[in-house]
Design a binder for this molecule. Structure first.
Ligand SMILES: [Zn+2]
Ligand SMILES: [Zn+2]
Length: 766
């Protein structure tokens, strides 16, 4: 008798089969292992009882990126096998999308490239089945050597021997290579005729040259896994100043890279969670509370973004005596997409960098560094390199549904056979390059699942001016199937419910956000919903509406947000007082906007309320990046010692903030410090959110509260609201796999679309 073992989880492309193979051989089991569409199948020439014990042995000390979710064992007929082998994949619909994440270099590979006696000494592109690039080199599916950007580098005999030996840790490591057969790095320096020209140095020598330039205070562009970084010495304030000028980036914090945890611990406070995130195979940037200040790196923030060296070229730079702390910021200007193609990079970095450390291995698609925030339950702010694409939720139906996402933080989600996969963060869809990446990602995700877009229900955002809205319409015209459009904040709530597998709960959904298009065509962003996904999420309350003076421009100018939100003319006039330090001219300009009310939209955006309060507390200028004023306001509150909360009356489904704004202005006039004002604002608002939620929960018979929307990236607000709700006996659900910002919208759209299909609403049918 024999048994079949079915294993699901992250078990493909992570060295799982070779691991099972080695364990089985050592233990003397007979049978085979193969990839299947659901995961991995193991055939064992043992009865199910014996197989159970054998599986425990096979699953001992799994490869570091493997994760087993379920194991089931069933009886099977004997195949009278003598040995144990790895069988070719049993390809059905498609392979798991989870296999494709890029992984930070493992310790074994790092040791090899630092060992002068090893044949891979100094070879930056070293990888194995435990580590290295995947999604960033994959050009099409199935994922094998011929479908990667390494296809044009034939393996040498030695590499091929490793690649074909099941006992080797490079068995089927698709990007395998070595100094004699693989791509290398070159250093490009300013040429005589302008532009960059390739210097003679390659490989380790090129990397040493770049390290030297960093030590001399130069800015060097370095090609990584998913794109180029601009690098400079973090301790060299002049270099940083030059980098800021070159990037047109005034104040937005830069991330830094360090060689090891020891150095990270010297820069910022490391707890268990920080250590785990920093050293995880996805190697994200982790926000650490600062211990050391590097002038100009993260000005005005109590945090610094730190990541560990994660690929060969980084390790070799540090090994070549590059500065211990290097600014590694995305290789772009301002908020443009990152450069990832060499020709484009060499052109774009002219005048920005003194040299370009260019690797020959092409990058198949742009992947930003992921960004982690080790607070609260949703530790992510940006989910990209190392974390995407990945499954983010399960649905009880098999409908194919596509979610096109929102514009500012573009992502794509696709549900097939009950699993929802979400793409990497694509960036601002205001740029044509990002739109190209968005369209390509849709095609690729569909390709991975082997499904045609014409069989998908296409879902997108309600906002008629969003690119993703128009894109869904175009797809609809192509496929002859009408797309569905969902309100932005319902999608936020649906995403959090799906991530926590709570699809059937009756809830109060609270979306505190920047801006989103509302059911009534006004701008929403401080919304309460009641109900459940099956019956629909009904808008049940919101922040009181104010005005966005000048529309979207108000997002950059906190004073403009205040001008549109503050009703009291008497208090408005107080802002002319020298204490507030507003520029007279700017104040005058906003003042006339207040009276004329041209180009303004009614809005209940909570993000703008934070901006308004930031203006009162002393944020007098223009925000140079998204969320700057709100983040600043939060860090002010952290410095406050006490004080109650402002009064935000909750009445007939509205949270009023006029009293709080007025009180804050009067307090400021009376000399109360901005730190205290900010804390009182956070506390008062949180209390009102809790009060409204508890009242709605009673009426709607809700079992839980759901928090989502970008404003909940504010840790203080999240904590205060969570504390209040839990205290009132309401369990709290928030995003756990995505951040609570717009990266989760695509997933939310897919969930809402699937429910429309399941309930037969709208008469859509697949
Ligand atoms: Zn490795
Ligand atoms: Zn080789």
């Amino acid at each position: 008798m024999a048994s079949v073992v079915r294993i699901t989880g992250a078990v493909q492309g992570v060295g799982f089969r070779p691991h099972v193979f080695r364990q089985a051989r050592t233990a003397g089991y007979r049978g085979w292992v193969a990839n299947s569409p659901e995961g991995v199948l193991i055939h064992l020439e043992l009865d199910p009882e014996e197989a159970k014990a054998a599986v425990a042995v096979l699953l001992e000390q799994l490869p570091r990126s493997a994760r087993v979710e379920t194991v089931s064992i069933t009886k099977a007929g004997s195949e009278r096998l003598e040995g144990f082998e790895i069988r070719p994949s049993l390809l059905g619909a498609s392979a798991s999308a989870e296999i494709l994440c890029d992984l930070a270099m493992c310790a074994a590979c790092r040791e090899e490239i630092l060992d002068p006696g090893n044949r891979r000494y100094g070879y930056a592109y070293t990888s194995c089945t435990d580590c290295g690039p995947r999604y960033s080199v994959m050009t099409s599916l199935p994922y094998d050597r011929g479908n990667t950007t390494l296809a044009s580098w034939p393996m040498c005999l030695e590499c091929e021997a490793e690649y074909t030996n099941p006992l080797d840790r490079r068995f089927h490591a698709e990007p395998i290579g070595c100094p004699s057969c693989g791509p290398t790095f070159w250093l490009y320096l300013p040429g005589k005729k302008g532009g960059f020209a390739r210097s003679r140095e390659s490989g380790l020598l090129a990397i040493k040259g770049a390290a030297e330039l960093l030590n001399e205070g130069e800015v060097v562009a370095v090609k990584g896994i998913g794109g180029y970084h601009l690098a400079c010495n973090a301790a060299d304030s002049l270099a940083i100043e030059r980098l800021r000028e070159a990037k047109y980036r005034k104040e937005k914090p830069f991330a830094v890279m360090v060689p090891d945890l020891e150095t990270a611990a010297a820069i910022g406070h490391l707890g268990e969670r920080e250590v785990a995130l920093l050293s995880s195979p996805s190697a994200p940037i982790v926000l650490l509370r600062k211990r050391l200040e590097f002038a100009g790196v993260a000005p005005g923030s109590p945090y610094i973004g730190v990541m560990l060296a994660y690929t060969g070229v980084h390790h070799l730079l540090f090994e070549s005596n590059a500065p211990r702390v290097v600014v590694m910021t995305s290789g772009n200007r301002s908020s443009e997409p990152i450069a990832f193609e060499d020709g484009d990079a060499l052109g774009r970095f002219e005048g920005m960098a003194s040299a370009v450390l260019c690797g020959e291995r092409p990058i198949a698609r742009r992947l930003d560094d992921s960004l982690a925030y080790p607070f609260g339950r949703a530790p992510l702010l940006r989910r990209s390199r190392g974390l995407a694409p990945a499954f983010s939720a399960d649905l009880p139906w098999s409908y194919p549904v596509l979610g096109c996402g929102a514009d500012l933080k573009g992502t794509v989600a696709l549900a097939v056979a009950g699993k929802v996969a979400t793409s990497q963060y694509l960036g601002d869809l205001g740029f044509e390059e990002t739109r190209v990446a968005h369209r390509r990602t849709v095609t690729e995700l569909a390709g991975m699942y082997g499904i045609g877009l014409d069989s998908c229900l296409v879902c997108s955002d309600l906002h008629p001016d969003y690119y993703t809205h128009r894109y869904a319409e175009e797809l609809g015209e192509l496929t002859g199937r009408a797309p569905l459009f969902f309100q932005h904040h319902r999608a936020h709530i649906a995403s959090a419910l799906a991530e926590s597998a709570s699809l059937n709960l009756r809830v109060v959904g609270i979306a505190m956000d920047g801006t989103g298009y509302g059911d009534d065509g006004t701008i929403w962003g401080g919304e309460f919903f009641t109900g459940c996904l099956e019956d629909g999420l009904v808008a049940a309350g919101s922040l009181e509406q104010g005005l966005l003076l000048g529309g979207d421009a108000a997002a950059r100018r906190p004073l403009q947000a205040l001008g549109g939100y503050l009703a009291s003319d008497e208090c408005w006039e107080m802002l002319a007082d020298r204490k507030f330090a507003f520029d007279r001219q700017v104040l005058g300009a906003v003042d006339s906007m207040r009276t004329e009310r041209g180009f303004s939209t009614p809005a209940s955006s909570c993000g703008r309320l934070f901006d308004a309060m930031a203006a009162i507390c002393g944020f007098v200028g223009v925000a140079s990046f998204e969320g700057q004023a709100a983040t600043w306001l939060e860090s002010l509150a952290e410095l406050a010692s006490g004080g109650g909360g402002y009064d935000f009356p909750v009445e007939s489904g509205l949270i009023g903030y006029q009293l709080a704004l007025e009180r804050a202005i009067v307090d400021r006039m009376a000399g109360v410090d901005p730190e205290t004002i900010s804390l009182k604002f956070h506390r008062g608002l949180a209390r009102a959110v809790v009060e409204m939620t508890v009242a709605l929960a009673k009426v709607a018979d809700a079992e839980a509260a759901v928090l989502s929307g970008g404003v909940f990236q504010n840790r203080l607000l999240l904590e205060l609201v969570e504390e209040g709700l839990t205290g009132a006996g309401l369990p709290v659900i928030t995003n756990t796999r995505h951040s609570c910002n717009d990266e989760n919208i695509a997933l939310g759209q897919v969930v809402l679309g699937a429910f429309e299909l399941a309930t037969g609403r709208h008469g859509v049918d697949l």
